[in-house]
Unconditional design. Structure first.
Length: 406
């Protein structure tokens, strides 16, 4: 019975899909893979609860959305469940009926368990109401443990003892475990082995050496550590690449901040708008593992929230066997740095993200075309509007300096 926290677009849903097919006994799908002759291909009933896209605009709508998920799961399993208004009761009935029909324990997979709370992160009253509903819903799992073969719950944020899993005290959190630190994301060796054909194609396009390419690739997309151990005892780098960025790079064959450009979730933007945060406050913070699980989601300090959101990563400063392991936070790569700077600039200057993106693109184009006047206009209007407020002489001096520098 496990819980795993990882940033968005890091493969949590794909992991659950893989486990679903494994537990359903879909052996032919795994022919030619490592696990093909190592898995017990028994078929189990699988219940998958995906809260990624549920509407949580109000409690009744959220209840209806989750009930629809349960009904769809009942249809897929071919079980008859008499659905009523009580959400937890319907979940209990679904597990019981699946167990009864198949005469086997049930596999339960939950994706983005806390998404409805995150979508209301700046509305504490509403977030608490949603948390109460989810706490009641998930409490069913503890009472049904004798009927559950395997349980994995994934999300972006770690739970607290008073959060939605307060009743599930037997859930094992593997988010920081060294054993699972490289389970999602690509290692350097995996990038080289599995994408060699694409790497060679890129080298032919650009004339770069393989060493030059890998150095750039690492700076852009590598750097994530989920156990804080950056190097093993032999000096081998244990950090992982952002899988979303890696796949898009080899599809498009050019460097770009693919992960951050895929769009910051609205809850991250709303959270930062609600907090007065600067980049300096986020970097080099010293934290312990317990820090990540002692706050309610909406009360998370910014540096912890952004670490779990994927904009920061951690490095272990002490040993794993320390009574209280201590980690230092930093930005993992260029992709994440561009994302966090855009978010912080947007919230600090009270400019929406679409406008920020538009002006960043305008500035990039002006630099590319050496349009000095346009560069100055963009920088004056957005990047330096506070710095030179009421200081015309300083502004003109700065403009002359930038013009000569260009």
């Amino acid at each position: 019975m496990y819980f795993l926290s990882r940033p968005r677009r890091f493969g949590k849903s794909l992991l659950l899909s893989t486990l679903s097919f494994l537990f359903k006994g879909e052996k032919e799908l795994f022919e030619g893979t490592w696990i093909y002759d190592k898995w017990d291909w028994q078929e189990y009933p699988v219940i998958r609860i995906d809260l990624t896209d549920v509407d949580s605009s109000d409690i009744q709508t959220l209840k209806a959305e989750i009930n629809n998920i349960l009904k769809n799961q009942a249809n897929e399993l071919g079980v008859n469940v008499e659905f009523e208004d009580i959400l937890s009761g319907n979940f209990r009935k679904l597990i019981n009926e699946a167990y009864r029909k198949y005469s086997k324990q049930v596999v339960v997979l939950v994706d983005e368990y806390e998404k409805p709370v995150l979508d209301n992160v700046t509305n504490k009253g509403k977030a608490e109401d949603i948390r109460k509903l989810l706490r009641s819903f998930y409490s069913v799992l503890k009472a049904q443990m004798d009927k559950i073969r395997f349980l994995l719950i994934t999300g972006l944020t770690k739970f607290t003892k008073m959060d939605v899993f307060s009743a599930l005290n037997n859930l094992t959190d593997i988010s920081f475990d060294e054993k699972y630190a490289q389970m999602l994301g690509y290692t350097q060796e995996e990038v080289i082995e599995y994408f060699d054909e694409y790497i060679q194609k890129y080298l032919q396009l650009t004339g770069l050496s393989k060493e030059e390419f890998l150095e750039m690739f690492k700076e852009y997309y590598d750097g994530y550590s989920f156990d804080g151990i950056w190097y093993d005892e032999n000096g081998k780098d244990r950090r992982v690449y952002n899988p979303h960025a890696v796949l898009l790079f080899f599809e498009k064959m050019r460097f770009a901040p693919y992960w951050s450009d895929s769009g910051a979730p609205s809850f991250v933007y709303e959270y930062l708008k609600d907090h007065n945060v600067s980049k300096d406050e986020l970097l080099n913070q010293k934290v312990s593992e317990s820090d990540f699980s002692q706050w309610e989601i909406e009360d998370n300090p910014p540096h912890l929230f952004l670490t779990q959101a994927g904009y920061l990563t951690q490095r272990l400063l002490t040993t794993r066997t320390s009574l209280q392991p201590i980690y230092e936070l930093s930005i993992p790569n260029i992709d994440a740095r561009l994302g966090i700077e855009k978010l912080l600039f947007s919230t600090e200057q009270k400019i929406d993200l679409a406008t920020v993106s538009s002006k960043v693109n305008a500035l990039a184009y002006a630099i590319e075309t050496r349009d000095i006047q346009e560069m100055i206009e963009v920088i004056k209007q957005y990047l330096c509007k506070d710095k030179f407020k009421g200081k015309k002489a300083d502004r003109k001096k700065w403009e002359r300096r930038q013009t000569h520098a260009s």
